[in-house]
Design a binder for this molecule. Structure first.
Ligand code: AMP
Length: 218
């Protein structure tokens, strides 16, 4: 099964995609995490994309498509988070998969209001020690300390107000057209992305169950 998560930065894609990957026991492929890892390790790719990410801009299609090719080549099933982000990337993915007689089975589009997105991003923190992610507001943390290991919680370097505005702009012009793209292919599932993490996850599971039932009935 190949599932793509689509949504504005801060919509909760990463949290939900990781949860689904765990439940289905399939690999989670998140381009943002892979790139951040490369930046931290100062690999040639990391050095190339570091400033682009800090600016809140999208990395060029060619670089990202090369990256995704090597990530998915040996994986029969996976959950994609943060890819595709442009129509060119979606076309490349479609071509790549059709070579293996496959396609994107389901796109989960997390629909969240602008106010909620800003609230979520400004509360987003992570623990560099145990690498867990939290939200100061939705997880109700009273101090910026990791509730699991006690480490100092940090914010992502691209979660500043200015960069967030830029990333939302990039999403609207380059990524939002993918909603229509996947709608016309009958793969889009719009999910209400408001509420608690568990509630949203139940909606995603329900959408996947229904889709799977429809597929087996056909
Ligand atoms: P994310 O963690 O998914 O919000 O991604 C963080 C940053 O990584 C983005 O703001 C982009 O700079 C870069 N990035 C991640 N995925 C892609 C992609 N598919 N295309 C272009 N840039 C990407």
């Amino acid at each position: 099964m190949i599932v793509v998560f689509l949504g504005i930065p801060g919509s909760g894609k990463g949290t939900q995609a990781k949860r689904l990957a765990k439940l289905l026991d399939v690999p989670y492929v998140g381009t943002g995490d892979i790139l951040r890892d490369n930046v931290a390790k100062k690999t040639p790719l990391g050095v190339k994309v570091s400033q682009i990410m800090k600016n809140g801009e999208l990395v060029d299609d060619e670089t990202i498509i090369e990256l995704i090719k090597s990530e998915i080549k040996d994986k029969p099933s996976f959950i994609l988070d943060g890819f595709p982000r442009t129509v060119a990337q979606a076309n490349a993915l479609e071509n790549l998969l059709s070579g293996f007689g496959k396609k994107v089975d389901c796109v989960i589009f997390l629909d969240v209001s602008d106010e909620e997105v800003v609230r979520r991003i400004t509360g987003r923190v992570f623990c560099p020690g145990c690498r867990r992610e939290f939200n100061l507001y939705t997880d109700g943390l009273k101090e910026e300390k990791c509730p699991v290991c006690g480490g100092e919680l940090l914010r992502r370097s691209d979660d500043t107000p200015e960069t967030i505005r830029k990333r939302i702009g990039e999403y609207r012009t380059k990524t939002a057209p993918l909603i229509e793209y996947y709608k016309t292919r009958g793969a889009l599932n719009r999910i209400d992305g408001s509420g608690a993490v568990g509630e949203i996850f139940s909606r995603i599971r329900e959408a996947l169950d229904n889709k799977f039932k429809r597929q087996t009935a056909n």
